[in-house]
Design a protein around this ligand. Structure first.
Ligand code: GCU
Ligand code: CA
Length: 491
């Protein structure tokens, strides 16, 4: 399986460096071969595990992980193939909930190539990735993780192998203006696109962030030293209008618009290609979810792309003012989104803010209709209870803050019950945001929402960019708890 990776190419010393999953290391040369990454799950043959395949600690990919016996030499072994002999980057995903390192030899084709310490990850559900460069033969190779201490291996989820490492940056793209920020436009039709950006410059240091379309954040600012270029791949959804589907706040430009900001934006290449069969995460929601074209308003769906790697894409159909009923009925909303849903796509459904006088049965009926129609398309519906409003009574949020509506319906409770009845996963953003807002308290929680002094507008329903980022984090937490298919694409 191809997956999301970020690479850095270091030109200064005539050496290449690969930045994969967060670690920077030198590899012998700049290879121009195309990058291909293959994923090998520890639980799937021909991989072997000197212990048990288990699934009791969430957050793994595939169907489980290898819990090898706690002994010297109790290994997890992968059989991988390479199209050509040469340097490959391997990335081991593991969790070590113990408090000490679990040192391990990485044995490639019978020879110890290096050792990995496998540091503690803060818990058995704290999965992280460790990378290294190894030499592979053409054809079949074995990569054996063989622990050297009596505590054995950490739990091992998978191995990603990327043969033929880094590509040369293609150079300044003609679609971009040499301005600060750097603004680029690609004249493409609505759809999903694989976008690869090479950030940094051979000669000067840079600090570059990336956003697309209507203020959708894909990458917070990355600093690069002179001579370091980092490569990043994302999948981007292009719509028209590019922000809210009904055009509120502005319709944007047809085509794909990309902005590189930061304190010193530097770009050494940018390519755009049609994406083949990405996992699409559709968002059906309101103003707290949507791609807000105009600052300071920010929907959590606008910051979610910063947590999603290439191969998966967020398509945000959230729209200000929509209720469960209006979203179903408005031709720009559910009726436009529905025919695009393909098998296994996720559809996150969040309503409540504007269901102020919706009866319990109408609310259930609207949500049930959406769930059934998503399933008709082969999609996977997920209910998301609405984030709380900042209305306190003492140190506790009021019922209105928690979406008990004007006719006394506890909307989040209805969603939770419906989730159980229809077997739909529920991300309880009401409960998660309530816990966050109440723990911050009446005064500290203000920064999650729009404030007069900072944002020029005061509002205890809509989020600041900071607050929207926090809501996106809580949604991601829920995605992990339910082990939704998006998990393997989270950055
Ligand atoms: C715990 C944990 C296992 C882990 C083991 C270990 O039992 O639940 O998943 O493999 O510790 O220390 O190796
Ligand atoms: Ca173990």
């Amino acid at each position: 399986m191809r997956s999301p990776r970020q690479r850095a190419v270091l030109f200064s010393a005539g050496l290449a460096a690969a930045l994969v999953g967060g670690g920077l290391m030198a590899i012998p040369s700049v290879a121009s071969a195309a990058v291909a990454e293959t994923r090998y799950e520890a639980e799937a043959a021909p991989a072997t595990c000197d212990g048990l395949i288990e699934s009791n600690h969430t957050g793994y990919t595939g169907t489980g992980f290898c819990n090898a016996a706690n002994e010297v030499g109790a290994a997890a072994q992968f059989t991988v193939s390479a199209a050509a002999a040469g340097t490959a980057t391997i990335a081991v995903r593991y969790a070590n909930g113990a408090t000490a390192n679990r040192p391990t030899d990485v044995v490639v084709n019978g020879v110890t190539a290096l050792s990995m310490p496998f540091e503690p990850t803060g818990g058995w559900t704290g999965w992280t990735t460790k990378t290294a460069a190894v030499q592979l033969n053409q054809g079949t190779n074995t990569i054996r993780l063989s622990p050297t201490s009596a505590t054995g291996l950490p739990n091992v989820d998978r191995l990603d192998v990327e043969a033929g490492s880094s590509t040369q940056p293609p150079g300044w793209p003609t679609q971009c203006a040499r301005s600060t920020p750097i603004v680029c436009h690609f004249d493409v039709a609505p759809g999903n696109y694989t976008v690869t950006a090479w950030m940094g410059d051979r000669d000067t240091a840079g600090n570059t962030s990336m956003s697309v379309e209507a203020r959708r954040r894909v990458l917070p600012a990355v600093s690069t030293a002179a001579g370091t270029i980092t490569q990043h791949t994302f999948t981007i959804n292009v719509r028209q209008p590019e922000g809210q589907p009904t055009g509120q706040g502005g319709t944007g430009n047809p085509g794909l618009d990309i902005t590189f900001a930061g304190s010193a934006p530097k770009l050494s290449g940018l390519t755009v290609q049609a994406a083949t069969n990405p996992l699409v995460v559709y968002l059906a929601g309101d103003s707290t979810t949507c791609d807000q074209a105009v600052a300071p308003w920010t929907g959590w769906g606008q910051l979610l792309p910063a947590q999603v790697a290439g191969g998966a894409v967020v398509a945000n159909y959230g729209d200000s003012g929509e209720s469960s009923g209006s979203f179903l009925g408005n031709s720009a909303l559910f009726p436009t989104m529905k025919p695009l849903i393909k098998r296994n796509d996720l559809v996150l459904i969040q309503f409540g803010h504007n269901d102020k006088s919706t009866s319990a049965s109408a609310f259930r009926g609207n949500l049930t209709s959406m769930i059934n129609q998503v399933r008709e398309r082969g999609g996977v519906p997920v209910l998301v209870t609405p984030p709380v409003r900042r209305h306190f009574d003492g140190n506790r949020l009021t019922p209105t803050a928690q979406h008990v509506n004007g006719v006394g319906v506890d909307l989040p409770a209805e969603m939770r019950r419906l989730g159980t009845t229809l077997d739909v996963p529920v991300i309880d953003l009401t409960a998660k945001s309530k816990a966050l807002v109440e723990s911050l308290g009446p005064s500290e929680s203000a920064r999650l929402y729009l404030r007069l002094a900072e944002d020029g507008y005061k509002d205890d329903t809509h989020f600041s960019e900071y607050g929207a980022g926090k809501m996106a984090d809580l949604v991601v937490e829920g995605v992990r708890e339910h082990n939704l298919s998006l998990v393997s694409y989270l950055r």
